[in-house]
Design a protein around this ligand. Structure first.
Ligand SMILES: Nc1ncnc2c1ncn2[C@@H]1O[C@H](COP(=O)(O)OP(=O)(O)O)[C@@H](O)[C@H]1O
Ligand SMILES: [Mg+2]
Length: 330
């Protein structure tokens, strides 16, 4: 009787152990970002796999799901081979197979990530990926090594990620998938342009290195978002440096950031700043320029007032930024 009870208890303990292990695996898999998966599966892909991903990417410009026959036509491979590759890509989670009214394949973010990583490697921009350094609302940022062993940052734009999660739970697939991939590509392109303009005109930003699809490669920065700094020795000097940079952005680069806040300003260990996250920038001929410029200035002033008790009148800050007055005393 006692032996029976003990073996029953053992049995229960083992079942609990496996249930917990299984849950842990599920949590781990679901908490991996698509770039984490892409970095892992990237090395398992052959040139024919990339060719097929590429064909699906191009065909998605005109249709949501790409039929197997169309893929075969452009890949110039046997139907068996295509079948094998498509199964592999689907199992690795790089593509999605739609069985409904429109039968065919579409790229997922992970497939798009693999194409971008391949382009970065082939262009000799990076040789390996490191760890995640920032997961924002609409981007994942990774460290990577260049062929000369320099560490850089690679930002993957992920527009629609928030609505993605909700939609996926409801429908299993996102109708807006191809539109989001396209929007993320545009966002990366725009951010790269802004970094170029800002950098060229002496604004403190990470140096742009390369753009491909929804990714930008830029110099890596040390330090932390301003929002994370509880205490700064000379907050007034930091505020002045930020205003100097907003001024250069506006008067020299002729653009406005458009989403400036303590979350997109990095304070480096040497107490100098960098402005990041530029995909929504506008040029000064945009109809909303002034409104956006005022909001950027106001966000910064409000933060410094609240966090460090540094007060500066909005009119004075604004007049300084637009070049009406030459100096600002904080
Ligand atoms: N060049 C970089 N070097 C190091 N970390 C970076 C770099 N760019 C961004 N990050 C980190 O990634 C986070 C998210 O980046 P950000 O460009 O602000 O994208 P999001 O649109 O997701 O806010 C940042 O807050 C920062 O911590
Ligand atoms: Mg940001």
């Amino acid at each position: 009787m006692v032996v029976c009870f003990i073996s029953f208890l053992w049995y229960v303990v083992w079942i609990c152990f496996f249930v917990l292990l299984f849950n842990r695996i599920i949590v781990l898999v679901f908490s991996m970002s698509s770039a984490d998966i892409a970095v892992q599966v990237f090395r398992q892909l052959a040139s024919e796999d990339f060719r097929v991903l590429n064909i699906i990417e191009v065909a998605m410009n005109t249709r949501e799901f790409v039929p197997r026959e169309q893929i075969q036509k452009y890949a110039k491979l046997s139907l068996d081979k295509i079948e094998f590759i498509l199964n592999k890509l689907n199992k690795l989670g790089l593509t999605y197979y739609n069985k409904g009214a429109y039968v065919g394949y579409a790229l997922n973010y992970t497939g798009y990530d693999c194409l971008a990583i391949n382009a970065l490697v082939r262009a000799g921009v990076i040789s390996s990926f490191g760890q995640t350094i920032g997961v924002g609302k609409e981007a994942d940022v990774y460290t990577a090594l260049t062929s000369t062993e320099k560490t850089v940052a690679v930002k993957f734009h992920r527009l629609g990620r928030i609505s993605f999660r909700q939609t996926r739970r409801k429908r299993g697939y996102l109708k807006e998938n191809s539109a989001w991939l396209f929007q993320s590509h545009l966002a990366a392109k725009k951010e790269f342009q802004a970094l170029h303009l800002a950098c060229k005109n002496g604004v403190s930003v990470p140096a742009p290195i390369f753009h491909n699809r929804h990714t930008i490669t830029m110099s890596i920065i040390e330090g932390g978002e301003l929002s994370k700094w509880r205490k700064i020795t000379h907050p007034n000097c930091v505020l002045k440096e930020i205003l100097r940079n907003i001024k250069k952005t506006y008067l020299k680069a002729n653009i406005v950031h458009g989403d400036l806040s303590e979350y997109n300003i990095i304070l480096k260990p040497d107490m100098h700043i960098l402005i990041i996250d530029w995909p929504q920038y506008v040029s000064t001929d945009h109809p909303n320029t002034i409104e956006l410029l005022h909001r950027d200035i106001q966000n910064v002033l409000t933060f410094f007032n609240r966090r460090f008790d540094v007060k500066l009148d909005f009119q004075i800050a604004r007049d300084y930024v637009i070049g009406k007055i030459r100096k600002v005393d904080v």
